[in-house]
Design a protein around this ligand. Structure first.
Ligand SMILES: NC(=O)c1ccc[n+]([C@@H]2O[C@H](COP(=O)([O-])OP(=O)(O)OC[C@H]3O[C@@H](n4cnc5c(N)ncnc54)[C@H](OP(=O)(O)O)[C@@H]3O)[C@@H](O)[C@H]2O)c1
Length: 281
């Protein structure tokens, strides 16, 4: 089934694409993936999404809403602050009236299914962050592709890969959680899959776009050290030992039952990320 009002989004003429949260790791990757379009990439300084869009903003044909409160532990202390960004911010992005890609998370699930989550599974978030993202999904409205992804990493911003590269260069050993399992997803791959999804103009609704394969954070850290050539051991600890403020789902592997674009394996995403980092000045 196709949506007549999204036919204009098929590849062809340059589309007017607005990106929110353009300074974040996904925002940067989206600007690159949609470079053939007429991209307006707005950082938080240019549009704080807690307020409606600036009046002078030219009406976009597509909105890629990458702005979010992503501090999972911080949201436990300030759920209202997180909601202002993740719920009200998404309402404001939807109010632009264009087809919207609203990004959401595996943390809308409680991780107790014991099998990969597909789009029709019922969410049951454990954390304040997960609850705000779930409410944000609803705020995205009827003309939105709600794209759930997981464990994002890329060559810019704050993420697990960059933290491990720093720690691995400083230490002989790092303690990493070994009892949470998910799909580490390279932002370049998510941006490319978003481009493919929008170009295909499938029905609006929830779509799961996450890397192929799955692993624990400890497995992921070992792969980072191996691929980066760092001589650092990984000591596996439990979620309880790590003691993060917010609860996380133990198993939050995302898969699609709807034929969503497939992403490369997380190991290939990691290699691409390390290659991009090596090219940075
Ligand atoms: N990171 C993950 O592991 C992960 C996993 C699953 C889903 N997601 C979702 O994927 C999307 C992109 O995440 P990401 O990893 O790219 O996050 P990110 O690197 O933290 O980027 C988020 C961006 O949003 C900006 N922002 C925060 N508050 C804002 C506001 N009020 N108005 C405008 N911009 C604001 C941030 O600016 P400042 O840096 O100045 O705060 C940052 O540039 C989010 O929807 C996130 O929930 C992320």
């Amino acid at each position: 089934m196709e949506h007549p009002d999204t036919d204009s989004l098929r590849p062809g003429p340059r589309r007017r694409v607005l990106i929110t949260g353009a300074g974040g790791q996904l925002g940067v990757a989206l600007a690159a993936a949609f470079a053939a379009d007429e991209v307006r990439a707005l950082t938080r300084e240019e549009w704080d999404v807690r307020a409606p869009a600036p009046a002078a903003l030219e009406r976009p044909e597509l909105v890629l809403h990458a702005a979010a409160w992503t501090n999972v532990d911080g949201a436990e202390d300030d759920p209202q602050g997180a909601a202002e960004v993740n719920v009200a911010g998404t309402t404001h992005a939807a109010e632009l009236g264009a087809p919207l890609v609203a990004y959401s998370t595996d943390y809308v699930f409680d991780g107790r299914k014991g099998a990969p989550y597909v789009e029709s599974d019922s969410p049951s978030p454990l954390s304040a962050y997960g609850r705000t993202k779930l409410h944000g999904e609803a705020a995205a409205g009827e003309r939105a592709w709600v794209v759930r992804s997981s464990w994002l990493f890329g060559p810019t911003g704050h993420n697990f890969v960059r933290t491990m590269l720093r720690l691995g260069a400083e230490r002989d050993e790092v303690a990493v959680v070994g009892d949470q399992r998910g799909c580490p997803t390279y932002v370049g791959d998510l941006a490319a899959a978003t481009h493919e999804l929008v170009g295909a103009a499938p029905p609006f609704g929830v779509w799961h776009l996450a890397a192929a394969g799955d692993c624990t954070w400890a497995d992921f850290a070992e792969a980072i050290f191996e691929l980066a050539g760092l001589d650092c051991r990984v000591r596996r600890i439990t979620t309880a030992e790590f003691g993060a403020r917010a609860p996380r789902p133990p198993v939050s592997i995302l898969r699609s039952e709807k034929g969503a674009p497939e992403l490369p394996h997380w190991r290939d995403g990691l290699a691409a990320c390390l290659a991009a980092l090596a090219q940075q000045p």
